[in-house]
Design a protein around this ligand. Structure first.
Ligand code: NAI
Length: 341
């Protein structure tokens, strides 16, 4: 693929939002940040409505002066624009049952993550616009960077252009939440979903596995728990390396390391051809992610993720992970350190 288009404030016309009712479904990490940014951008408070079930998030929205509607069908009926900002796994049920039947036939629907749109889990009408405005930041940073007058990285796309003006709406909304200040990157739900799921299901599992096995091998070679935990992550050296990679360059950051380290890292990585890993990555990408296999399997267990105790599959995975020597050793080290404080 070539270069992606980047949209800036000057590409967006906030005027297309005048007189539009903008509904935020959810006032959590992203909802609270985006709604406040949008209001700060000059959209009147009366144009904004927070659709939220009765919970602490609704109370927070009220305390910040927003209008809050608990009845989702009422919120759906008035929405010209609907930001869907509740957790991904609850979106299909809430949107399809409570919003979709009442939404205007030319409404603009905004998602902050590609997953449910890419896997066709949300029911849209053909005249509606479906756009993605997906910040690459946690909600608190979306808010704090905007308050400092800075932007944040964001992906933007038009997935369904029912009105023919989907891009104008997507760019105006991106600008209103502060996403075009630093440049919003043209993307797609496919690209966003593939990269997210690939990082989660291919890259990071291998990194966790490599740390686990490195720990085991070095422990067998006589290294202490304390030395290993500090050497491998508790010193925050890996965090610093990634920070330097972001600032200076993925490979260029090596110049901050000793000559022995630079030589070891460069010659070692160039020696690894990576063929087996490439095949494994392709298998995850094509047979697990793009085939829809993961999405199907995940939707089977979704409801169990709200359960308490061992019947929650996530708790079960945490329990199994605690059997890793790395985790056991870290617990012992942290307990000793706490005793010293
Ligand atoms: P969150 O977990 O903070 O959502 C909380 C909100 O969802 C609250 O308003 C709560 O009332 C509502 N909610 C929760 N369960 C509900 C249910 N069963 N029925 C009705 N309302 C319910 O969500 P978050 O993390 O802000 O994610 C929202 C979207 O933004 C997702 O699509 C996510 O992928 C995307 N996103 C999130 C990022 C983050 O910083 N966490 C980063 C970029 C995108």
């Amino acid at each position: 693929m070539g270069q992606a288009k980047i949209y800036y404030d000057s590409d967006a016309d906030l005027g297309v939002l005048s007189n539009k009712k903008i509904v935020f479904l959810g006032f959590g990490n992203q909802g609270s940040a985006q709604a406040q940014n949008l209001r700060d951008s000059g959209i009147s408070n009366d144009q904004i409505l927070i659709a939220n079930r009765v919970d602490s998030y609704a109370e927070t929205a009220k305390s910040k002066g927003f209008h809050v509607e608990h009845d989702f069908s009422t919120a759906a009926e008035v929405a010209d624009v609907l930001f869907i900002l509740i957790p991904d796994q609850v979106q299909p049920r809430v949107f399809n049952e409570q919003f979709s039947p009442k939404l205007k036939s030319d409404a603009t629907i905004v998602v902050a993550s590609g997953y449910n749109v890419f896997f066709n889990l949300l029911k849209f009408q053909p005249g509606q616009d479906v756009v993605m405005v997906a910040p690459r930041m946690i909600g608190s940073s979306v808010r704090s960077l905007h308050e400092k007058g800075r932007g944040f990285p964001c992906f933007v796309s038009v997935e369904q252009n029912g009105t023919g003006k989907g891009l104008d709406a997507a760019l105006a909304l991106s600008r209103a939440i502060g996403a075009t200040k630093q440049g919003a990157i043209a993307s797609s739900v496919r690209e966003e979903t593939v990269m997210d799921l690939f990082a989660e299901q291919a890259l990071w599992p291998n990194i966790i596995m490599m740390f686990r096995e490195a720990f085991n091998v070095l422990k067998d070679a006589g290294c202490s728990d304390e030395a290993l935990c500090y050497e491998m992550w508790m010193s925050k050296e890996p965090a610093e390396i990634f920070e330097r990679a972001a600032d200076d360059g993925f490979v260029a950051q090596l110049k901050h390391h000793s000559t022995v380290s630079q030589y070891g890292q460069l010659s070692g990585s160039l020696k690894l051809e990576g063929g087996a890993m490439r095949e494994h990555f392709k298998d995850i990408l094509y047979n697990q992610i793009l085939s829809g296999k993961f999405c199907e399997a995940f939707s089977q267990i979704e409801d169990d993720l709200d359960k308490e105790g061992d019947t929650n599959p996530l708790n079960e995975l945490y329990k199994r992970s605690e059997e890793m020597e790395l985790v056991k050793a870290e617990k012992r080290v942290r307990a000793r350190l706490a005793g010293l404080l």
